[in-house]
Design a protein. Sequence first.
Length: 278
Amino acid sequence: MSVATEPDIAAEAGAARPRLSVFSGQRALLGLLLPLGAALLYEAAFRAGLVEARLLPSPSRILATLFDLAKSGELWTHILATVLRVAAGFVIGAGVGTVLGALTGASETARRLLDPTLQALRAIPSLAWVPLFILWLGIFEASKVTLIAVGVFFPVYLGVMGAIANIDRKIVEVGRAFRLTRLQLARRILLPAILPDYIVALRSGLGLGFMFVVAAEIMGASEGLGFLLVDGQQLGKPDQILAAIIAFALIGKAADGFIVAASRPFLRWQDSFTAAGR
């Protein structure tokens, strides 16, 4: 029986990397199959006269509107305004949610003190905050960023609190048995244990951030994709409305993909079912 040497293992790992990149490309193409197929089917139905253009324009018309907005530079101005608002709200909401989630997850006293109030606030609809934030912070950027931060806060808070509260006590006792310091215990045991749930919470918070930015940009904004939606509705331009929705979908997917890609090096240790089935 032969024993694999280190060069053999390295060669196998090197051969696996191209295969993995090929599989990743195939998965990306597979993900485009549904939207492209739906667009082609609808375009065919539109050209056959089965759909009224006034209610729902054709995909080719929507793409032409997107191209015109991009060519004039208007689209990039609106995208930049929306992305900056979401980024600012995400940093604030995720930061506060992480701190309070860690506090309530690690401390039973803090959980009993803070969690009932935060859960009650979580049940308030997003639009209910709009008049209050306008009254407190005015109609400019502060109220919009605050509303987005509120939307991001709750999924991150719940994710961190639940992840810490559900850490297996046995692995903590193993760390203590090896006489790890508090810092070593947090870095080697607690952080890897909560990291997968934390990444999911960040992704959920980011998705809600893009939902809340629409409500935020309805609050008298003159720039942003939410403004583009309202402008299309007021002017009776369904192609502009759908173009803004597609732009939301694309930048939202890109932002989510960025979080997934950035977190992948920190989750290499996972031996999950999906990782094994790539």
